[in-house]
Ligand binder design. Sequence first.
Ligand SMILES: NC(=O)c1ccc[n+]([C@@H]2O[C@H](COP(=O)([O-])OP(=O)(O)OC[C@H]3O[C@@H](n4cnc5c(N)ncnc54)[C@H](O)[C@@H]3O)[C@@H](O)[C@H]2O)c1
Length: 477
Amino acid sequence: MKSKRRDFLKVTGLAGLGLAGGNLLKGSGPEPCYENKPELNVLSKQLEKSHVQRFNMSGFAAPKLDIVRVGIIGLGNRGPNHMLRLSRIEGVKIKAICELRPERAAEVKKMLDGTDHNPEVYTGDPEAWKKLCEREDLDLVIITTPWEQHATQAVYAMNHGKHAATEVVAASTVEECWQIVETSERTRKHCMMMSNYHYNFFQLLTLNMARKGFFGDVVHGECAYIDNKMKNNFSKTMYWDMWWLKMYANYKGNIYPVHGLGPVSSIMNINRGDKFDFLVSVECNDFQMQQRAKELAATDDFYKQFADKEYRGNINTSIIRTTNGRTIMLQHDATSPTPHTVIHGIYGTKGSALEYPLPPRLSKGDGWVSPEEYKTIAEEYTPEIAKRNLGNDILLSWRLIDCLRNGFPLDQDVYDAASWSSILPLSFWSAKNHSNPIDIPDFTAGSYKVNKPNMDINLERTGNTGIKLEKTDKLVS
Ligand SMILES: NC(=O)c1ccc[n+]([C@@H]2O[C@H](COP(=O)([O-])OP(=O)(O)OC[C@H]3O[C@@H](n4cnc5c(N)ncnc54)[C@H](O)[C@@H]3O)[C@@H](O)[C@H]2O)c1
C-alpha cells in the first residue's frame, strides 16, 4: 500500500496540479480534503480537465478467452462466496488465492477439496497480493478485500496484464477513480465493479421495461441500501480488523452507494447517453454508534479505541442531477433498526415502479396495478437472463465469465465503476460542507454522448457458458 501516491503521480503526472503536498496515502481513513476543506470541488475539476481519454473502454470487448484463469484477493466473508460460485462455472480455472491471515487462507483453500481447482496460496504478508498479480498465467483478478484497498489492487492487476473485477466500491477517493480509468484505458484491461444488485429480479425486469418504453421518459429514480449492521459492525469477529466500524468512524456521506445507484444508473443510461452532473448530500447526526461504542467500552477495554469517534450519521440522503435533467435520490443507513430496504423506484412520463417495502409494484399512471396485472406485466417484460431463475450473485459471476469467454463487453465498465464510486468522496464533501453542491466528474471525457447501452439482458449474443447448479442458487445475498 505504501507506494500508492508515488505510483499515482507517475501514472498521471498530477504533481503539476498542486497535489504534491496532499496526503494521498491510504489505509487508516480518508484524505483530509474530504472532511471539511473546500478544495475537493476545485481539485476534482482539475483532475477532470487534465484527463485525456486514450481509448474508449465503453463497449470494449477483450479477445475471447476459452479458459478464464482466475486469482482472488481477500478471503473473508465475500471472497470465498465468489470463489465457490466461480468454481462451478464452465471454463473457469482458479489458479491462485491470496489472504492476509494464513489460517483463513488454509481454511478457504480446503473448501475447494473435491473440485477441479487447486490454487496456489499467497498469505502472511499485506503485499503478497502483488505476487499473485505478477503471475503470468492469470487472466482475471477478483478483489474482495476491504474497499480502501480495491483501487490500488485493481490498478496493479491491470498494470500486470490482468482484467480486474472489484467488490463495491471500486475506489474511495476521486483520485483513485481517475486512476482506475486511466489505467484501464492505457492497458485496455477491463476494470469492472461487481454490482450484484443489477441482477436482482425486479432490477432486471425494470431495466427491460425501461428499454421497451414502459415508463416513457424516466425522469426520476429512488434508490437506497438500508440495513441494520450495528451487530456486525461492533462484532469482534465479523470483519477483519474491525474495518467496517473504522469506516463508519472515519467517513461521512454515502459509503455504500452501489447497490441502489448501479441499477438505477443503468436504467437512465448513465455514461451511455446521459451522465451525472452534480450532487448535494445531507446527513443526520449519529444517534447510535458512539453511544453503543461508549456502552461497550464501559465493560470491555477493547472498545475504548472506538468510544470517542465522531461517527457517520444514521442516514445520508444524496440527490444527484443528471446532465439530461433527471434526478436520483440515494440513501444509506446501516445503523437504525429499520428492516432491510433496498429501494428501487423508477418514475417516468408514462409509468412507475417501486420495490421496498415489498411487494414490488408497477403503475401505468393510474394507481398501482393489481397483483394479477403485476404478474401479467412482469411475465411480458421478464428478460431472458431473469428467466434463468438464479440468485443475483451467481448471475453476476456467470455474466462476467460468459462475457470474457465470448469476447463481449462486460455489463459494467470502468466508467461505471468510477462514477458510482465517486459518490462516496463527493457525498462526504457535500455532507461536511453544509450540503453544498459538488460536480460529479465525467469519467467518459465526453464519450457518454456516443456510448451505447451494452448489458445483454436478453442474451442475444451471449449466455452459452454452463453452470453446475446447486440448491442454494435461488438464494439472494
Ligand atoms: N456486493 C455485496 O453484496 C457485498 C457483500 C458483502 C461485502 N461486500 C464487499 O466485499 C468486500 C469484502 O467484504 P467482507 O465482508 O468479505 O470483509 P471481510 O473483513 O470478511 O474480508 C476481507 C478479507 O480481506 C483480507 N485482507 C485484508 N487486507 C488484505 C491484504 N492486503 N491482502 C490479502 N488479504 C487481505 C482480510 O484478512 C479478510 O479476510 C468489501 O469491499 C465489501 O464492501 C460486498
